[in-house]
Design a protein around this ligand. Sequence first.
Ligand SMILES: NC(=O)C1=CN([C@@H]2O[C@H](COP(=O)(O)OP(=O)(O)OC[C@H]3O[C@@H](n4cnc5c(N)ncnc54)[C@H](O)[C@@H]3O)[C@@H](O)[C@H]2O)C=CC1
Ligand SMILES: O=C(O)CCC(=O)C(=O)O
Length: 418
Amino acid sequence: MSGEANPFESLQSQIDEAAVHLDVGDDVIERLKHPERVLETNLTIERDDGNLERFKAFRSQFNGDRGPYKGGIRYHPQVSRDEVKALSGWMVYKCATVGIPYGGGKGGIIIDPDEYSEAELERVTRAFAKELRPMIGVDRDIPAPDVNTGQREMNWIKDTYETLENTTEPGVITGKNIASGGSEGRVEATGRSTVIAAREAFDYLGKDLEGATVAVQGYGNAGWIAAKLIDEMGATVVAASDSSGGIYNPDGFDPVAAKDHKNETGSIVGYEECETEVTNEDILTMDVDLLIPAALENAIDADLAEEVTADVISEAANGPLTPEADAILEDKDVFVIPDILANAGGVTVSYFEWVQNRQRFHWTEERVNAELEELIVNAFDALVETLEAHDLDNPRTAAYVVAIGRVANAFEEAGSFP
Ligand SMILES: NC(=O)C1=CN([C@@H]2O[C@H](COP(=O)(O)OP(=O)(O)OC[C@H]3O[C@@H](n4cnc5c(N)ncnc54)[C@H](O)[C@@H]3O)[C@@H](O)[C@H]2O)C=CC1
Ligand SMILES: O=C(O)CCC(=O)C(=O)O
């Protein structure tokens, strides 16, 4: 977590903003602002040099009213209990926004994966999977990738779970590689929904995506795929950054070649098509039509928000704006597609993966992408309908109005259990 804002408090204020537009009791809203439970655990593994090292890890199960808890696992030095709580809450409202039958969860380990060998990371991951085993399950809680985790870690968790449970249950985790039961299109899904949502927003605002300029903060799974796909849609990616710095070419550059450069050198910085190096702040305040923050929370605070010049922001990252920044951008008429819709492609295709695992069946990539497209477009339409029906200015508030309504409805319909 970067910056000063506490993401859990940001989540709660986003819920409060929407709650005033809903006919849901304060007691129910209060329930929807806190996780049901949080596991805090310590993982001790043997380093390659024979010494032991301890890592703190978390799994937050925020709300299960609409289905099993669902959400990724993050490896990062700045993981914290409150960050994991916030991320798990955003999962609840994300799944409700796109209408998939899940609640929300999220996990994380306080670790910088760059400092450890692959064998050490496998031991840490398997130790975490052992701790998670009693609380996860195909109908209970289904983890997935997030920052610094991917197919490799998901495969290890699946294998540990199945070994300890003496079963084969690939649907206990999503984001696996294809051979281990993964879905076509999952790797691309987060970036794909980010650009589908952006395309819909441009259409809604009467703006042309063809030739529109784009800046992307963060060039990992979500960011680089968004850059590649928006380029394929006819927009021009002029700037991008990763944790080492940023690159800029006013005429645009090839996002795939920039990714190749990152794969070869560890960073996009130095990519030859972009002679100009820029800071992350430059990227976020650049005069572009579309800004895609795809790194971490709190990337844009109030001060930076004053400087933002993009017309549309599509939030690939979770929680990239502080609440103060959100309010400033609303005043400036920047159309912000909230994370709980823009990046919902990841969990949506995770849902498709889980469905395929349960069916013991494999969908084509065409089918995955077509079903994803339909769900994201429908969710965008519901957001716009709510925005207009409630005369709201902030698309995030509209998304929360839709999502909280659905979660509260599921809770109230379930009745009370003594
Ligand atoms: N992987 C997924 O399926 C999903 C990811 N997300 C969100 O997308 C965001 C990015 O996640 P991934 O792409 O999966 O992670 P990743 O680990 O693949 O990539 C993260 C990228 O952000 C960059 N970065 C980190 N700090 C930065 C900084 N201060 N400035 C600029 N770049 C910085 C890193 O260098 C890296 O390029 C996170 O907020 C995550 O929660 C959301 C939905 C699903
Ligand atoms: O694929 C999933 O289940 C969750 C992805 C995730 O962690 C997110 O959407 O933030």
